[in-house]
Design a protein around this ligand. Structure first.
Ligand SMILES: C[S@@+](CC[C@H](N)C(=O)[O-])C[C@H]1O[C@@H](n2cnc3c(N)ncnc32)[C@H](O)[C@@H]1O
Length: 504
């Protein structure tokens, strides 16, 4: 194990110039929507040329990249949070008593190879600064300014909803960038799917998470840092722990590990306004120490107008990718809500044509506002050649779509789970009707559908009734806000769909 570089702690932001770090390689850890680890690994391979390792701890992947690849890492679409790995222990032997186990964690701090990961962290900061500087030149209007209608009240309600659903485990949300240069306030919150709220309430003895900064204020060391900006870094430690064999809680681990970090680097503990977030991830006997590279989850993109069940953009990306869109494909989300899926689709697959609809006028308005925000954002980007996006949004009923039979290549949708939207009882009628109408509009033989639901029993029953038009090709089990949901990839059979409707 490499010795910790004592000087790394006194580096001021920006001290590690890009050139200095160019040859460095970093092991990056990324949290991804559970169930989509393999797909995230495929994206990393495709876009960065790196092989990933999928962690035993579901929802994480690890891959190695040269430091110069950091900007591409931030452009990955399937990852939520990023961190640089300081060290990983695959089979860490925790001592039996709490005191001994915590003392070991404390002692670990000075043995860890911090120097290179801290250089990566600094380089990452300088990238973020560049980004915020660009933003300064192009101050984007916030969601409120771009609304189509005068619905300020509605927006307030959305944001309140979203805040309520904020996962307490999302440790960095709402924290201002360390350099304080950000002129545009990113939406602080993003509502998750309807089930996420339940996750927030879920308490488990075996899994907990706590942040801790410890000890008292300290001064920056002099000496070797003299030619650098003398700045005492502020830090916090976030501990994620899962497993039932630990004699300590995440709180205790974060507190003691944090105390040792403070002593080692002479940093100042600050729980809310920190520069460095040290991560201590403990999953049974696997321990990973890392430094966070994202201040908020990368799924917070695209959406400015939230609804009660807004889907994470990272999950939307995973669902779209699952059906392998090809140029000129027509992709439909017939129950689009705030538009997370079609907006992600139109952004990432611009050579397809995206159509989205919902029967709730409020949802259609939100989706339209989200599209407006995106158009505005694109207008402000110097690099964007075309300011338009290939996406239309319509109010309609899934049971009676104004689309020609066999005209759609792909359907991707997040169905009502019957909790916040609709009811389980209604799903017994809605699901078969959906599958039937989706089957009608989808091209026989080549059409496919990717559908997310937690109401698996109802879905399975509906699918068994419509087995002549839809064949299940794959099921991805996903954890949506603590609930066990499924993403089904269905393939359209060659069977002709019945033309049972009369239009007029
Ligand atoms: C789980 S939500 C979709 C959330 C969406 N993915 C988002 O990011 O906001 C399901 C949506 O289905 C819509 N819906 C329910 N019944 C419908 C129907 N008969 N026709 C069209 N949309 C319907 C609801 O209004 C709701 O917006």
């Amino acid at each position: 194990m490499a010795e910790a570089g004592g000087d790394a702690g006194s580096l001021g932001p920006g001290a590690a110039a890009a050139g200095e770090c160019a040859e460095l390689a970093a092991v990056i850890g990324a949290t991804v929507p559970t169930g989509f680890e393999v797909m995230a690994a495929e994206e990393v391979q495709e876009k960065l040329g790196s092989a990933s390792r999928i962690s035993r701890d579901r929802g994480k992947i690890y891959f190695e990249v040269p430091a110069r690849g950091l900007p591409q890492v931030h452009r990955l679409r399937s990852v939520d949070n990023l961190f640089v790995v300081v060290q990983e222990f695959k089979d860490y032997q925790f001592k039996e008593t709490k005191e001994d186990a915590l003392k070991d964690l404390e002692d670990l701090v000075k043995k860890l190879p911090w120097t290179d990961p801290l250089k990566i962290w600094e380089l990452n900061n300088s990238l973020k600064k560049k980004k915020t500087k660009r933003k300064k030149h192009n101050p984007q209007s916030t969601a409120g300014k771009e609304k189509l209608n005068n619905d300020g009240e509605e927006k307030g309600a959305d944001q309140k909803d979203a805040k309520k659903e904020e996962d307490s485990a999302q440790d960095t949300a709402g924290v201002e960038p360390a350099d304080g240069q950000d002129t545009e306030k990113t939406p602080e919150v993003a509502s998750q799917n309807e089930e996420e709220e339940e996750d927030n309430n879920e308490q488990s003895d075996a899994k907990d998470e706590l942040q801790a900064g410890a000890g008292t204020e300290t001064k920056a060391p002099d000496g070797r840092a003299s030619d650098r900006e003398a700045k005492v870094l502020k830090f916090r430690v976030t501990c994620n722990r899962a497993g039932d064999k630990h004699s300590f809680t995440s709180n205790e681990a974060a507190r003691d590990f944090g105390g040792a970090v403070q002593e080692h680097f002479q940093w100042k503990a600050d729980m809310t306004n920190f520069d460095v977030e040290v991560l201590l991830n403990i999953h049974n006997n696997e321990v990973v120490v890392g430094i966070a590279l994202t201040e908020e989850s990368l799924h917070r993109r695209n959406i400015t107008h939230f609804g009660p069940t807004t889907l994470r953009s990272t999950l939307a990306y995973g669902m779209l990718r699952l059906c392998d869109p090809q140029p000129t494909d027509i992709i439909v989300d017939p129950m689009c809500g705030t538009g997370a899926i079609p907006i992600e689709g139109a952004t990432e697959w611009p050579s397809c044509y995206h159509i989205a609809g919902d029967n709730n006028p409020q949802a259609v308005k939100r989706a339209a506002n989200n599209i407006c925000s995106l158009l505005k954002k694109n207008e402000n980007k110097e690099s964007t050649a075309s300011p338009g996006i290939p996406l239309d949004i319509i109010q309609w009923d899934i049971c009676n779509l104004p689309l020609r039979t066999g005209s759609v290549d792909i359907i991707v949708s997040d169905m009502p789970f019957g909790k916040r939207i609709g009811s389980k009882k209604k799903n017994w009628d809605l699901y078969p009707a959906c599958l039937l109408e989706m089957g009608r509009i989808c091209t026989p033989g080549t059409g496919r559908a990717v559908l997310l639901t937690q109401d698996k029993k109802c879905f399975a029953k509906a699918l068994s009734r419509l087995g002549h038009i839809w064949r299940r090709a794959q099921t991805v089990w996903v954890n949506v806000g603590g609930l066990h949901a499924a993403v089904y990839l269905l393939r359209r059979t060659w069977e002709r769909a019945e033309e049972k409707r009369s239009f007029w």
